[in-house]
Ligand binder design. Structure first.
Ligand SMILES: [Zn+2]
Length: 466
């Protein structure tokens, strides 16, 4: 007891050195009238120039910020210097800058669209586009390469506040009222702000643009929560925040139909648009369900557990493909699961051929990771079912995901170990297929699937699911 007491006292008595607190830049984005926003910077310190870390060009090859941002602070300019957008002070060091923003809601080159526009005035703001870093001289901006990976520059902690009084804000799976505050460069994500009611279940939260044609809106409202509830019921909660979907409607200006989307930390965003969408489009409906099914699967196979190397992308892409197939078949009995899986087999043989699957990413043969990954998952699923008729894809995936949740990483070794432990036949051949390639890929796939209880027949160079 005495020792414990002493220890406690010592603990209290130990002097602690005050940690130096790094000065923080504060950025506030506030909704103003007429669709405009005000963006205010209070920089952590004075500097002759601050450059924007993410400075992609618009699709027309010109920087997007000057098309959207107008600096109101006298003597301050926004200019393109080298590869970056830069705020300069014409000789006066910058401390505070005020900018009027007309949201830029078009895609940009190789980066996230700055703003997702919803038809009711709601917005999704990609927050990291507001991250700026100081320069000791304006001329130093010329020397910055476009890709800052591995480049030393002064990374100043930056607090970002989005203020939209009276509106619902959604960030990191949580709803906020009127404003939200976060640190930049820590979440690869959008903040939603607008009048729409969030669609929420314990497993999912989403904003579905109320302006979408009714058939598409109804479908997203119905399908998405059920899909996430299903994945969660089968695989447990995903790591991190509650999965979020932002689905915006781009209107009918474009002819035809278009579906675009991307995946971020804990979030899927998609944009639907096109004049032909006014009438129900069965093909687009199927494409939309597939997109959400595949991308939603990555909250488990991709974010709850990820692969350490891109050479192992077959694990996450193959699993996401087959999870989408099984989920769509669960909800829609007329869904052509067999056709989709057959395409995986055909594409795997045609694209990966006799090459090692682990090299597909480097070779730029990305489709091989999806297709061959799905084929390997079919073998795993077959093995699980062979051993226990009540087992299915999801029970097998639990045995892969759950032991690795803490580390958050799965490797091909984990996959092969779980495969062999679940009674999978041919683990050594799978390893050869990954690392060295198989001289006759069709023979390998036919044998692997047959040995694991998936019925197939050979038809020349093809392997056909029966
Ligand atoms: Zn994917």
């Amino acid at each position: 007891m005495l020792i414990l007491l002493l220890a406690l006292v010592c603990g209290f008595a130990t002097p602690t050195l005050a940690r130096p607190v790094k000065a923080t830049t504060e950025v506030v984005l506030t909704r103003d009238g007429d669709g405009d926003w005000l963006l205010e910077y209070r920089f952590a310190r004075v500097a002759p120039a601050w450059f924007f870390v993410r400075s992609a060009n618009a699709l027309d090859g010109k920087p997007w910020r000057p098309q959207s941002w107008r600096v109101e602070t006298p003597g301050v300019r926004l200019e393109r210097i080298g590869h970056h957008d830069v705020l300069t002070g014409d000789g006066t060091p910058l401390k505070t800058v005020r900018i009027r923003v007309r949201p830029y809601s078009d895609p940009v080159q190789a980066d996230y669209q700055p703003v997702l526009a919803f038809s009711d005035g709601g917005v999704g703001v990609y927050t990291d586009h507001h991250l700026a870093a100081p320069l000791s001289t304006i001329a130093a901006a010329r020397d910055l390469p476009a890709d800052l990976n591995g480049v030393a520059f002064d990374q100043v902690p930056t607090q970002f506040t989005l203020r939209d009084p009276g509106k619902t804000l959604l960030f990191n799976g949580r709803r906020h009222r009127g404003s939200v505050r976060l640190m930049l460069d820590q979440h690869q994500s959008y903040v939603y702000s607008g009048p729409a009611r969030a669609l929420a279940t314990p497993a999912f939260v989403g904003i579905i643009d109320p302006g979408l044609p009714a058939w598409a809106r109804d479908e997203l409202n119905r399908f998405t929560p059920r899909l996430f509830d299903y994945y969660t019921a089968r695989l447990g909660r995903p790591a991190g925040t509650r999965p979020t979907l932002l689905a915006s409607w781009g209107g009918t200006t474009l002819p035809g139909v278009s579906l675009g989307g991307s995946v971020l930390d804990g979030m899927v965003v998609m944009n639907l648009e096109g004049a032909a969408m006014v009438d129900p489009q069965p093909a687009l409906l199927a494409q939309t369900r597939w997109f959400i099914g595949h991308e939603g699967a990555h909250f488990w196979m991709g974010q709850t557990v990820r692969t350490a190397r891109r050479s192992a992308a077959w694990m996450t892409e193959g699993a996401a493909d087959i999870m989408a197939v099984r989920a769509l078949a669960h909800f829609y009995p007329d869904y052509d699961a067999r056709g989709r899986l057959q395409k995986s087999i055909d594409d795997c043989i045609a694209i990966n051929g006799s090459k090692p699957l682990s090299g597909a990413f480097e070779r730029g043969e990305h489709r091989a990771n999806y297709a061959c990954g799905a084929v390997l998952m079919m073998a795993a699923e077959g093995a699980a079912r062979k051993r226990d008729p009540r087992a299915d894809l999801f029970t097998w995936l639990c045995t892969l995901i759950d032991p690795n949740r803490k580390a958050g990483v799965v490797t091909p070794d984990h996959w092969l170990t779980v495969f062999a432990a679940s009674g999978g036949a041919g683990a050594e051949q799978v390893r050869s297929f990954l690392d060295r390639g198989m001289p006759d890929p069709a023979a390998f796939i036919a044998e692997l699937l047959e040995a694991n209880g998936v019925a197939v027949r050979r038809d020349g160079a093809r392997v056909i699911l029966t």
